[in-house]
Design a protein around this ligand. Structure first.
Ligand SMILES: [Zn+2]
Length: 438
């Protein structure tokens, strides 16, 4: 018998790679934070002597969900300004509130609250863009979740930074602090083509190349953004970025609700990953990212919740369902984005976009043990003909029972192991009192 850290057996094991597969009565052997074996349950019991043995008789194991675009700290602005179009929401409500309240403490508390919600929803990796990224990184580190923290850049002053160079310098400090960290990584995160100048984007492009980092940016979020760019420059933002040689496989383009067929071909040719945030786009009435066309064109499409102020939850299971359903509605094809594709978008495709596909995104031997367990014994899930379909179309996040990141258990029977949930709820309420009194 081989001594290992943990053996997790479950009714179904959905590795995601290979695609559309559900192994029945299998076990995952975990040691030193990695998956070291996947084998039938009976064989596992004969082969391994685990320190911890977990039997999940009615559950499915999936790779931890990857939220490829969020603004975690905005959890403190959840429900603060609802039912407004993007420009009015951002200019008249969100930016003024952020101007008054955003600080290191705001971001640490907000990010911690968001991370607690994400862990309870089966998310094991987040890709963030927000002010005070050092506070988000610290919150992720304290919670034990995997995170890519954006080196945010804008060209207006905020409580965080005075000007473009200040944003970049502070972000690079965060990068340097975490560059050898097991769970925390960084990428450049210019906010949008309308808030960062072409000169600023050229500097970021050069730095990203020199530092071998990726870039995420909101692009083509609304028709207003595209029309304004055409009025001012004669071209769409994407055409301008192409002209500036900004488009390549290190770019994560977030939203992309307005795309012509020629632009889809360009995105495919350049190897850009598209981050689909369907619920944020629906709530702000921004439009629909044409993901089935993008997938047909071999574009890597991944999934994000965006921030809590425009979603308003950080529920990747719900996001997957929304992505699958609106892809059908928008394309007029019921077979667009089938359940297993929706699960890939929420896992392995996010890992590819983040440059982490060798570590996460699927349950494979040698990968990190980032695992989510879902209880399919509840009435809402009975009967189970096809577990992947059941997870995408009929499962809610309350059915997520256990979550591990790099072999460390962060959720145990729905209880957070690294975060104090009642304390986080009271901190959320304290911030609400301050913000609504202003
Ligand atoms: Zn966003």
């Amino acid at each position: 018998m081989e001594n290992i850290c943990t053996l997790i057996e479950a009714k179904w094991l959905i590795p995601v790679v290979p695609s559309n597969t559900a192994l029945e009565n299998h076990a995952l052997a975990v040691s030193d934070g990695k998956i070291i074996d996947i084998l039938p349950r009976d064989a596992a019991q004969k082969k391994y002597n685990p320190e911890r043995y977990i039997s999940l008789a009615d559950h499915a194991l999936i790779p931890g969900l990857i939220n490829t675009h969020t603004h975690a700290a905005m959890a403190l602005l959840k429900g603060f300004a609802d039912d407004l179009p993007l420009n009015e929401w951002l200019n008249n409500h969100i930016w003024p509130a952020e101007g008054k309240f955003v600080s290191n403490d705001f971001v640490y508390d907000g990010a911690s609250i968001a991370i607690a919600e994400m862990i309870k929803s089966g998310t094991t990796t987040l890709n963030d863009m927000y002010f005070f990224p050092s506070a988000t990184a610290k919150a992720a580190e304290d919670a034990g979740i995997r995170a890519c923290v954006g080196i945010i850049a804008l060209e207006f002053p905020s409580a965080y930074a005075q000007n473009f160079d200040d944003y970049i310098e502070k972000g690079i400090r965060v990068h340097n602090k975490y560059k050898t960290h097991e769970l925390i990584s960084t990428m450049f995160a210019p906010h949008a083509p309308y808030t960062v100048s072409p000169e600023g984007l050229a500097k970021i492009s050069q730095l990203a190349h020199d530092m071998d980092l990726q870039i995420q940016m909101h692009i083509h979020e609304t028709t207003f953004e595209v029309e304004q760019s055409k009025t001012e420059t004669g071209k769409s933002p994407l055409a301008n970025l192409n002209h500036a040689e900004f488009l390549n496989s290190n770019l994560l383009a977030v939203h992309m609700t307005q795309l012509t067929d020629a632009e889809i071909a360009l995105i495919s040719k350049k190897g850009i990953s598209v981050v689909h945030c369907p619920e944020s786009n629906l709530k702000l009435a921004s439009g629909f990212c044409p993901i089935s066309k993008l997938i047909e064109a071999n574009v890597n499409v991944c999934l994000g919740t965006d921030g809590s102020a425009s979603n308003n939850d950080l529920d990747m299971l719900g996001e997957m369902r929304t992505a699958a359903l609106i892809a059908k509605g928008v394309s007029g094809k019921a077979d667009a984005v089938p359940a297993h594709t929706a699960l890939e978008i929420a896992t392995i495709n996010g890992a590819k976009a983040l440059g982490l596909a060798d570590k996460i995104g699927s349950l494979e031997i040698g990968k990190q043990a980032d695992i989510t367990a879902i209880d399919l014994s509840k009435i809402e899930s009975a009967p189970v003909y096809e577990p992947i379909s059941q997870i995408v179309y009929a499962t809610t996040r309350e059915q997520i029972t256990n979550v591990w990141v790099a072999g460390k258990q962060l959720l145990d029977n729905r209880k957070l192991t690294t975060l104090n949930e009642p304390e986080l709820i009271s901190r959320a309420n304290e911030w609400k009192l301050k913000i609504s009194a202003a």
